[in-house]
Ligand binder design. Structure first.
Ligand code: NPW
Ligand code: ADP
Length: 482
């Protein structure tokens, strides 16, 4: 318990961010009846020892007695919680140490002032640790320190929306029986993955060797989507972007994105055949593909596009591309990026009937069905991104921003992921050997984190739109080591 409390106190200090302690700083603990409350009291005692003013509010019929004596010896005082508690109104930081794994839906939860900064102990009170269903009165956390192992409820359902940034603190118990097959990819984890994949050889490469992205997008219905994806890939720093759009919108694209080089059906075929010849010593002219944003799904794909779907070059497939991609398993290393309604459509095409509500209630399960049906990595978009491989392993990205729910933001994600898949130093190949699903999955998660970071950066300076995300990408990519 003391190990957990030390981690909690350290996180609180990190959130308060000032040493020496700023005058008027007050840390208030909401103390529940069980071990969660005990962790909170021990943490408050440590904060008292470090010179912070603290207050504890007892929210249940009893409190952990040993922890209370330690807190009182450190100079702390506990008072019963009541709705008009002065300390809550004055709190700089609230530690939510009410309920942990023992939470049962319907328990009385205190009301805290709007805009309070909350650090949750183990999990936000009001969140079911297994299902991720949150009560309406859940205590929204800015950060959550969870102990021993990640809990599934932090990663599914409402979990990622109410936990804020999660830190998992290992404890000296055996939690192996509880370990989920899901991993959270936060900013730090994305940086580590990118660093692990990156090769120093990048510096000596020319643009074709760095990687060429083939973009198949746009229609006279949606000319803008092709531009957004193209500009995103260019601002990520792609070696070369070649774009296949219908003739009538090509001049628009050439003006909006002068860096991109046109790509017609013959050149697609040439790129695919030079990829096949790569084994005999000639470089592939296209390393990866991004297919779908703004395509008119009423028009069947040309033969050349069907050949791309049949190739072994890595691809991200989005938006209308999801309606055009052949149903069923393929040998192309792919990331499909549906939102919930598109996932329902993908599953229906594969013979699985499910409702949007069922997908929302158990996103990893249904994303996995699609991953299996298509033998592809599937990234389910939304407030939380679930990335699932056919073998059932999954990654979750909750480093997002609600402002990303804006038209064209998904097209930007496709541009970012298309770029990452094209970068030979990240995929380890020049678009001609199979890229493992594990690598595809990790790069998809990194793209979602980069997209989320762009969303957060844009939201911090004002309103968010897709063009704004694209403008910020060069600086964001630098934060990720590009
Ligand atoms: N500037 C341009 O040229 C732009 C062009 N674009 C391009 O246009 C094409 C079609 O785009 P689109 O917006 O009509 O299709 P899409 O987003 O699938 O919505 C269809 C329906 O799905 C639903 N739905 C939506 N989101 C959901 C979610 N998260 N979770 C669950 N459901 C969700 C919602 O249905 P409802 O929920 O209302 O029943 C909605 O009515 C596509 O190729 C794209 O690339 C756009 O990128 C914008 C900028
Ligand atoms: N509430 C939300 N919070 C955070 N991100 C969201 C939210 N809703 C949608 N997004 C993200 O915004 C993007 C929307 O993409 P998409 O649905 O394809 O729209 P569009 O086709 O208009 O670009 C996705 O990356 C998705 O994860």
């Amino acid at each position: 318990m003391k190990q957990a409390a030390s981690a909690l106190a350290a996180e609180a200090v990190d959130m308060l961010g000032e040493q020496p302690v700023a005058p008027g700083t007050l840390v208030v603990g909401l103390i529940g009846p069980g071990n969660n409350g005990g962790d909170g009291l021990y943490a408050l005692a440590q904060l008292e020892d470090q010179g912070y003013a603290t207050a504890a509010l007892q929210c249940g019929p009893s409190v952990h007695s040993d922890a209370l004596s330690v807190y009182e010896s450190a100079g702390g005082r506990i008072a019963p919680y009541s709705q008009d508690n002065q300390p809550l109104a004055n709190a700089t930081l609230i530690i939510d140490a009410l309920y942990g794994l023992g939470y049962r839906s319907g328990a009385e939860l205190p009301r805290i002032p709007r805009g309070s900064r909350v650090l949750a102990c183990d999990l936000p009170s009001g969140l079911n640790p297994e299902t991720g269903v949150a009560d309406d009165k859940v205590l929204l956390a800015e950060r959550t320190v969870t102990f021993g192992a990640m809990k599934s409820g932090l990663l599914t359902g409402d979990g990622p929306l109410v936990t804020g940034d999660i830190t998992v603190v290992p404890l000296d118990f055996d939690f192996t029986g509880q370990a989920p097959r899901t991993n959270l990819i936060d900013k730090q984890a994305a940086l580590q993955l990118l660093d692990a994949h990156r090769s120093w050889r990048d510096a000596g490469r020319h643009k074709y060797q760095r990687g060429v992205l083939g973009l198949i997008a746009g229609s006279s219905l949606y000319p803008g989507a092709a531009q957004l994806t193209a500009r995103a890939a260019v601002n990520c720093g792609v070696g070369l972007l070649r774009t296949h759009v219908p003739e009538d919108i090509a001049p628009l694209l050439a003006v909006a994105v002068p860096e991109t080089v046109p790509l017609d059906d013959d050149q697609i075929r040439e790129a695919l055949s030079s990829a096949r010849r790569y084994v005999h010593g000639r470089g592939a002219k296209i390393s990866s593909w991004a297919i779908g944003p703004g395509l008119d799904s009423r028009t069947p794909p040309t033969g050349a596009i069907a050949e791309v779907f049949a190739s072994r070059q890595p691809a991200v497939i989005d938006a209308s591309g999801l309606e055009l991609v052949p149903a069923g398993p393929s040998e192309q290393p792919r990331v499909l990026t549906p939102h919930a309604k598109e996932l329902r459509m993908l599953l229906r095409r594969a013979g699985v009937t499910v409702t949007i509500e069922e997908i929302t209630a158990d996103p990893i399960r249904w994303t996995r069905w699609a991953a299996l049906s298509y033998n592809a990595v599937v990234l389910l978009k939304g407030p939380t991104n679930y990335i699932v491989a056919p073998d059932g392993s999954s990654l979750v990205v909750s480093h997002t921003a609600p402002q990303l729910a804006t038209a064209g933001s998904g097209d930007v994600l496709t541009g970012i992921l298309g770029y990452l898949l094209s970068d030979s130093s990240l995929t380890g190949v020049n678009g001609v050997q199979t890229v493992s699903n594990r690598r595809m999955m990790e790069l998809a998660a990194c793209a979602a984190v980069i997209h989320g970071e762009a969303g957060r950066a844009a939201a911090a300076c004002g309103t968010v739109n897709a063009s704004r995300l694209i403008e910020l990408l060069p600086g964001i990519m630098k934060r990720f080591g590009f």
